[in-house]
Design a protein around this ligand. Structure first.
Ligand code: GTQ
Length: 373
């Protein structure tokens, strides 16, 4: 080892590295530990954003951004501090593969329709009355609804209702950026005109697991909007039995015509953590973005305690050890998205239980969240 260190630090080796760098060449012997660590070493770090901060900044943004000024959508996205500023294009995702944002639309506003190679999903956090138009259908959004807009589908938003409406957007933007696969197209008509009855797909699937016969052939997004009442019913049924030791009661939103994840590249879950249930710690190679839909508690991520309450967002990077507890005396409902479908495509899914200390980490520090002034 000492010999290897001497080798890296020797003048000859250093100078050679500098010399070839002039030709835009690099020496692998320096780079290999960085390029190929023995286990995932994500640049994204565990982090948490408070709802108060996002709500305040988005509300302030209403005086800066209006649809009439252009810019497509009033959304503020999460820049993981471990990634922010590294990229020459000046933006960062919430994790290395996924982008997440909160979007605010006011009554009477319109976000023009467009389509792109990135896949998108939404989770409705607050408000009602706005709708998104996907594949010619107006999907009216209510709190707790999950909506999917896989790649290539036209989508635009409009708000015929009365109160400000907030939702979480998640897209695979960093992944598409990294592979150079970005295509984007505005709709020729601005906002796409609906051609189907309102909430068409949700009504077609009103029975939950019963599939209209026409959907025997796989479709990209036969169900556009997954209503909260049905998600809750799924969790209620599951809650009659033993919770999963790591995640409590958790369900995944699926495409009813294929049985696969509703969105081709992003998995989405809703989970209920029973009050006081001490989930066990583990880690996995996929990364997760959480949104606290309801309740409060804390997660320990790589030994750091992150306290969360309703509306907050937090990130678990790849391979970070984590556990969650709803400690307020009430169940907590956590919406989350993860990049398992991407990891599966590369066949790099791994998972490991945290065995020490009865399966619970020792807390070494508490995370201090930034609150708005
Ligand atoms: O609402 O269609 O946060 O296209 C980022 C890209 C939202 C959207 C985002 C988008 C949208």
């Amino acid at each position: 080892m000492a010999e290897a260190l001497d080798f890296f630090q020797s003048k000859e080796v250093q100078e050679f590295g500098q010399e070839i760098a002039r030709y835009h060449l690099g020496p692998l012997w320096h780079a290999i530990p960085e390029l190929m660590p023995q286990q995932p070493k994500p640049q994204a770090i565990p982090y948490l954003w408070k709802w108060e901060t996002i709500h305040k900044k988005l509300t302030e943004a209403t005086s800066i951004f209006t649809p009439a000024r252009g810019g497509e959508r009033r959304a503020i996205y999460f820049q993981n501090p471990g990634l922010a500023g590294r990229e020459p294009w000046g933006w960062a995702g919430a994790t290395q593969t996924l982008y997440a944002a909160v979007q605010l639309i006011l009554p009477g506003e319109t976000a023009p329709s467009h389509r792109h190679t990135q896949s998108a999903l939404r989770f409705v956090t607050q408000g009602k009355g706005a709708c998104t138009i996907v594949q010619g259908e107006r999907l009216f959004m209510e709190e707790g609804d999950f909506l999917t807009t896989p790649k290539g589908l036209w989508h635009g938003h409009t708000h015929p209702g009365e109160a400000p409406m907030f939702w979480m957007d998640v897209l695979d933007i960093p992944t598409l950026y990294a592979i150079g696969g970005t295509f984007f197209e505005p709709h020729p008509d601005g906002l796409e005109a609906p051609v189907l009855p309102d909430n068409f797909s949700a009504h077609r699937y009103e029975g939950g697991m019963l599939r209209p016969i026409a959907d025997r052939q796989p479709q990209v997004a036969p169900l556009g909007s997954y209503k909260w009442a049905q998600t809750l019913a799924a969790l209620d049924g599951l809650s009659r039995f033993e919770p999963d030791p790591f995640d409590g009661y958790a369900v995944e939103y699926i495409n009813p015509s294929t049985g696969k994840t509703a969105n081709p590249t992003i998995a989405a879950w809703m989970q209920r953590l029973p009050a006081g249930f001490p989930s066990k710690a583990h880690r996995h190679s996929h990364s997760v973005i959480y949104h606290v839909y309801n309740g409060s508690g804390y997660s320990v991520i790589d030994g750091v305690r992150f306290d969360w309450s309703e509306g907050d967002f937090f990130v678990i990077p790849n391979w970070a050890v984590h556990e969650h507890v709803a400690d307020s005396g009430e169940d907590a409902y956590l919406f989350s998205v993860n990049d398992l479908p991407i990891m599966e495509r590369f066949d790099v899914c791994r998972e490991a239980n945290f065995e020490q200390n009865g399966g619970h980490q020792v807390v070494v520090r508490e995370f201090a969240a930034l609150l708005p002034k």
